[in-house]
Design a protein around this ligand. Structure first.
Ligand SMILES: [Zn+2]
Ligand SMILES: [Zn+2]
Length: 418
């Protein structure tokens, strides 16, 4: 019997985010939203699950996400659905579905929410994790690429995340990538024996992906591979050079990282990451890039896109934060009349924006006082029989220990004066 009533624990790779810690999440989210709005971004919210093919098509059939990490299931109607492993395909779908490209407003969106990947759970990696995303559409100019990096940089500094480095690269376009692929393929083919099984497979499917491999031997071998930056067509080259010069004019230090191809198939031209030395060597706080072909591949208009995703869990692991103490008034009462008086009082005070707590546990005055102490109330208001009659209450400042007799108006003054 006992065994049957046991509650199963949370699923591996998920976590409860409990009240004191939630404040840190709220702080990061609030700062991010506020900043994005300054840059003209608007919030968009899309469903947590989508047709599986959306991600197969959008994220790319050879990406690790699609081949290994998707939470895919068949629903009761026999449809294959997937819990979103990333956000970009959903927003592209939404833009096409609602024809948002016809609106005069700039196509700048932000979004904060959970993502799902069947990754190996380990420290700092979750199967339900959270991202802050931004996306901009219909801006070809590399000035927007630089502005996005600048915005990300500002955000991280606002949140107190220092020791960061901006890494940038270009992965070329449909025109220049094929010849690079050929070259890369033949170099990789020549050293096939030295690569891991996974990478050997990638030679055929998507050789660029070899740069993502975390195995030391593969990393070493791929050091010697040709760099895409040397194969860029004139359009991509100019885009990248301008992007870099705009970053210079923002005085944002950056490093060109030729290995930076990002784990997704859809990137074109610019890719970038911001890494923190306080995370592991390969862990970016934030990463993104351009995906100029996704909209047309989805059957939409020829509109380019660029964006970034920031992992909340990773961000919070490097974000300094000291919780501020909650300020609130705790009501201590004795007897039914005083309780009613207290209920009325907190209602009034809350309406005026004063945080109040009254509990209904029928405890003695002494017990309630020690409760207020324990909770570290800022003020305690004592209501007994006398106080109900006189309309004067004892207000105690718990920090200074000073106690005074006050009427209703007096409470407000004392509390708001802080
Ligand atoms: Zn190109
Ligand atoms: Zn490998």
């Amino acid at each position: 019997m006992k065994g049957e009533r046991k509650t199963p624990p949370a699923i591996k790779g998920t976590q409860d985010i409990l009240p004191p810690y939630v404040k840190k999440w709220q702080k990061a989210e609030t700062e991010a939203k506020g900043l994005f709005e300054l840059y003209g971004y608007k919030e968009i919210r899309t469903p947590v699950f989508e047709p599986t093919e959306l991600f197969q098509k959008g994220t790319g059939p050879t990406s690790d996400i699609v081949t290994k990490e998707m939470y895919t299931f068949v629903d009761k109607g026999g449809r294959s659905l997937t819990l979103r492993p990333e956000y970009t395909p959903s927003v592209v779908r939404a833009i096409i579905e609602h024809r948002l490209y016809l609106q005069p407003e700039p196509l700048r969106f932000y979004f904060i929410g959970p993502m799902f990947r069947y990754d190996k759970p380990q420290k700092g990696r979750y199967r339900q994790f959270h991202q802050v995303n931004i996306e901009v559409f219909n801006e070809k100019d590399s000035a927007i690429d630089a502005e996005i990096v600048e915005m990300a940089d500002i955000l991280l500094h606002k949140l107190g995340v220092s020791d960061i480095e901006v890494l940038v690269n270009s992965v070329g376009c449909k025109k220049c990538r094929p010849s690079y692929h050929q070259e890369l393929k033949s170099k990789a083919q020549a050293q096939k024996e030295l690569l891991c099984e996974d990478c050997q497979r990638k030679i055929e499917t998507n050789p660029l992906r070899i740069f993502d491999c975390k195995k030391e031997t593969c990393r070493e071998v791929s050091q010697e591979f040709p760099k895409i930056i040397d194969f860029l067509c004139s359009e991509c080259k100019e885009h990248f050079e301008k992007f870099c010069s705009y970053l210079d004019s923002y005085q944002i230090p950056f490093r060109v990282e030729p290995r930076l191809v990002r784990g997704l198939d859809y990137y074109t031209k610019t890719t970038f990451e911001i890494v923190s030395s306080r995370l592991g060597s390969q862990d970016a706080v934030l990463g993104g890039g351009r995906y100029d072909d996704m909209m047309t591949e989805f059957g939409g208009p020829d509109i380019c896109g660029i964006g970034f995703a920031m992992g909340m869990e990773r961000l919070l692991s490097v974000m300094p934060y000291r919780a501020e103490k909650d300020q609130f008034l705790y009501i201590v009462y004795l007897g039914e009349e005083a309780k009613k008086e207290g209920m009325e009082l907190v209602r009034e005070l809350r309406r005026e924006g004063v945080p109040c707590l009254i509990e209904y546990k029928d405890k003695s005055l002494k017990n309630q006082m020690s409760r207020a102490n324990k909770l570290e109330a800022t003020w305690t208001l004592i209501i007994g029989e006398e106080e109900v009659k006189s309309g004067e209450y004892s207000l105690k400042n718990m920090e200074s220990g000073v106690q005074e007799k006050v009427g209703r108006e007096g409470i407000r003054e004392a509390v708001k004066g802080r």
